[in-house]
Design a protein around this ligand. Structure first.
Ligand code: CP
Length: 324
């Protein structure tokens, strides 16, 4: 695997999930692979799970880990080509990415969208330039439009639950519902886009539900069933993935804050005894009810745990492909 920025960078999802679960049961089996290799984790935005789980994953593989909060500790980066840098930006991404590539064998990058200019965000200009100039494999730690390590962890979580729950003993495909949830701020579409992209590849029946106006880019939703009726979507659901996103069409806006979209135990009664997922961080009482987060149906901590094995499976494949 040269880079990991979307589901399209992997060869076989089932194999990758199997590898992640093997690593989960034996985290240090490939400690030799990363010996004398360095991963740099570059954050332009805050993180708890991605930062810690990727650090642990790389460490389990024997790598040295450098973490840099680029937004606070680095020079202000310019990404425009041909710009005369007589303003606030101090270093061009051409040099910055290339220099990091000199120090690191693999680089992980987190760079959120600005949610101002849809074309700019959806072009993934920052990530594409980073890949071009760093000249080493790049792992997305969440880009403007996608969060593939989160989605891989989510597929791993569903796979584990499916294997251990008797209701799937007959080989029935789980029904997974991605439901929009209220939020007070404009949040990127990355987790929702990525969830759609990966669930469309996974062996599940996938449904998306959101208020009118919150349609996602069809490039990611593909053939998913989409409805504005949350109750209809929740019927017979086995997994409900709760996530807010700001509007894609009226780009970056919050046009609905209807609290009735927040998932509650009452709403879960419509489902087929569904388990509830969220990537975290979550705003309690806004996006998701306390009763669900604190109750037996919540998978949020299992998802967070599986972030390590998702990252480790991806970094392992990259290390195996390194020729340096
Ligand atoms: N889910 C997730 O990516 O969490 P962090 O933003 O804390 O890394």
């Amino acid at each position: 695997m040269k880079n990991f920025t979307s589901v399209h960078d992997i060869n076989n999802l089932d194999e990758l999930v199997k590898q992640a679960l093997e690593l989960k049961s034996n985290p240090h089996a490939y400690k030799h692979l990363g010996q004398n290799k360095t991963i740099g984790l570059i954050f332009l935005n805050p993180s708890l799970r991605t930062r810690l789980s990727t650090q642990i994953a790389a460490s389990n593989l024997g790598m040295s880990v450098i973490v840099m909060n680029m937004d606070k500790e680095g020079w202000a980066l310019e990404t425009g080509d041909g710009v005369v840098m007589n303003g606030t930006t101090v270093e061009h991404i051409r040099e910055a990415a290339a220099v990091m590539g000199e120090y690191c064998d693999i680089i992980g990058v987190r760079a959120f969208p600005k949610l101002v200019d849809k074309e700019e965000d959806y072009s993934e200009d920052f990530f594409n330039k980073f890949i071009k100039y760093a000249n080493v494999p790049i792992v997305s730690l969440e880009s403007a439009t996608l969060h593939p390590l989160q989605s891989l962890a989510d597929v791993i979580t569903i796979t584990e639950e499916r294997a251990s729950n008797p209701k799937f003993a007959n080989g029935r495909k789980p029904k997974v519902v991605l439901t929009w949830a209220p939020h007070i701020k404009a949040i990127p579409q990355a987790v929702a886009n990525s969830c759609a992209e990966w669930m469309n590849v996974a062996d599940v029946d996938f449904v998306i539900t959101h208020p009118v106006g919150y349609e996602l880019d069809t490039k990611f939703t593909g053939n998913a069933t989409i409805t504005n009726n949350q109750d209809e979507a929740l019927k017979d659901a086995d997994f409900v993935y709760v996530k807010n996103w700001s509007t894609y069409t009226e780009y970056g806006k919050v046009i609905c804050n209807d609290p009735s979209w927040m998932l509650t135990n009452e709403k879960l009664k419509i489902t087929n005894d569904a388990q509830v997922m969220h990537c975290l961080p979550v705003r309690r009482g806004v996006e998701l009810s306390d009763e669900i987060l604190d109750g037996p149906k919540s998978l949020v901590l299992k998802q967070a745990n599986n972030r390590t094995w998702a990252a480790q499976a991806v970094i392992k494949q990259m290390l195996e492909g390194l020729v340096k």
